[in-house]
Every structure is written in C-alpha cells, then in structure tokens.
Design a protein around this ligand. Structure first.
Ligand SMILES: [Zn+2]
Length: 312
C-alpha cells in the first residue's frame, strides 16, 4: 500500500484526540492532559474542537490532530500512525486485502523526550510580583465581581498584568536573555520573546510554609475563548496554594480545601482558614502529610481527587 486516500486522512484527523490520547495511555481529565513532550507537572495539553479533534500544548506551543499526536507521541511515521489509528478505531485505511491479513498491530511505545531540567526562576517571578500591582481589570474581577476582601488579596501579594509586551520589554532590560528563556515564563518564537501566560491576567504567587516563593499561577481575565483559564510556570512543581497559613494553625483546626484559587480567596475573605489544591492527584506526599494534621473540609464539593485525599 502506498498512499492513504485524503478522505481517510480527514476521517482519522476528525477522531477525538481525547480518545486517541487515552488509547496511547495518557490520562485525560476535563479536556486536559499532562504534556508528553515536556516535563509537565500541570496539565498543559488541551483538547479543543467540537469533537475534541484538536490538541495543543501551551508550553511547547505545539499541537495538531490525531495523526500528528500519534507521530509525535511515538516517533513512528505518518503511514504507520494512520495504520495504528485505523486498527484502534476500526477505520479502513486502505490496505489491500492481502497485506491487511498479514499486517500485525503495531506495538507502540512512547518516544523519549530529553527534558531539560529548568529550576523555578524565583528571582524573575519575584521581580514580576514586585514590579506590578493590581490593574483596573484585576480589581474589577477580585473586588467587583468576586467581592473578595482587599486585605486578603494584599496579604497574598496577588498582582495583575494588563499588557504582556510592556512586561517583556521591562524584563529584557533587567535579566539576561538566557535566564528569561529558561525561566518558564517566557517563550521564544521567531526570535521574539513572549510572556507565556495569556494576558490580561491575575498572578497568584505560591509560597512554601516558610514564605519562600515556589510558583506562580495565572488566571486569564480576557475574552479569548481559546485561552486557558489557568496557567502555571512550566518549571514549578505542584504544591498547595497558601501554605504559610499552616503557621497560624494548630493540629485539629478546621481547614477548608478548594480546588480553585478564587474559591480559596472567597473562603479566606469569609474568615475561614483555607488552601487550594490545583490538582490533588499529583501533590507531593509531604504536602498531603501537612494537610492531614487538620480537620479538612472540601469546598464546594468533592471530586474524586478530593475524596481520595480525605480518605488518607
Ligand atoms: Zn508540552
């Protein structure tokens, strides 16, 4: 067999990439997945389209459709990828009868990607927090829409970014290009630097128990429907949001756990002790042990990850 007809290619490329990802052995949760092309600790790979026929990693700036996914994931060729999809989804990719009988399903494996270890760039993240404040849009969202307490927002050092171009220009005057590119906060496309978070956005800093900055999470405030609502610095590990609160608590105290940061902020504004778990399933054990000292309440409800945590 030589070429695969175009209508077959179109058919394969209209397959749900979520189903393809699952057949490849990836875990898909709420239209997202850990990226298989970089050392991902937060699901950066998104599935979109009516049939989820498209995928895209916001860190790698790379994506495509079903065939691209199989090729990228396994490193096998175009024709083989089509054949594999054909077998998986029972689509005739146009073998002649004889070769079809002889053809054995490919035993596919994940391609090994060389991961560059990029430590979290505390200095650059700290500079961004120190040199930005809350913009009008940020205030509107936090205080106008969500009615959060200004004191809570201030204590957590939350800032917002309106214009990423200005931010990138200022960063490039302050830090070495190489450090910026390795920070996980900047991406380079065609020799131009871009802030990796979609703007306008809020930035929520993560601190460990002793107040050391360990991560940044953004919350998009614009109206681009394709933009992810939340993004993390790619190099940071998943940790609990608002860990310094543990210092003001005693064992057995009530602690509210929300999945979303804005819910956490609402609980704090209501005078509760609260932390947020951006994705409970991939949290380090030492963070879970820290949590197990308290009387935990899930907010607003519990999903599977939350239930598992409570059962610890
Ligand atoms: Zn990626």
């Amino acid at each position: 067999m030589d070429t695969i007809p175009e209508y077959t290619i179109n058919k394969l490329n209209s397959l749900s990439c979520e189903e393809v990802a699952e057949k490849l052995g990836m875990d898909v949760i709420r239209h997202r997945s850990l990226c298989f092309m970089h050392d991902d600790h937060h699901p950066s790979l998104y599935f979109s389209g009516n049939n989820r026929e498209k995928w895209w990693c916001f860190v790698c700036n790379k994506g495509g459709r079903a065939i691209d996914m199989v090729m990228e994931y396994t490193g096998i060729g175009f024709v083989e990828s089509c054949q594999w999809l054909g077998v998986q989804f029972n689509i005739d990719v146009g073998f002649d009868k004889t070769s079809k009988k002889e053809w054995k399903p490919l035993n596919i494996k994940k391609k090994i990607f060389p991961h560059e270890e990029k430590p979290f760039s505390r200095d650059i993240s700290q500079w961004i927090l120190d040199n930005n404040s809350l913009t009008e849009k940020g205030c509107q969202f936090l205080f106008g829409e969500r009615k959060l307490l200004p004191q809570v927002i201030e204590e957590l050092h939350i800032v917002s970014i309106e214009d990423s171009r200005t931010l990138v220009d200022r960063l490039s005057k302050t830090f070495e290009l190489e450090n910026l590119v390795h920070s996980g906060l900047i991406t380079m496309t065609n020799n131009k630097m871009y802030f990796r978070m979609f703007t306008p956005c809020l930035l929520f800093p993560y601190y460990d128990k002793s107040g050391v900055l360990i991560g940044l999470q953004s919350r998009y405030l614009g109206c681009n429907k394709e933009a992810p609502r939340f993004q993390f610095v790619s190099s940071q590990k998943t940790r609990v949001f608002n860990m310094p609160i543990f210092n003001s608590m005693r064992s057995g105290d009530e602690l509210y756990i929300s999945e979303g940061i804005t819910d956490c902020l609402a609980l704090l504004s209501a005078g509760k002790k609260a932390v947020a778990l951006p994705s409970a399933t991939i949290l380090p054990v030492y963070d879970l042990m820290e949590l197990s000292r308290f009387e935990l309440h899930m907010y607003p409800d519990q999903d599977d990850a939350g239930k598992k945590l409570i059962g610890l």
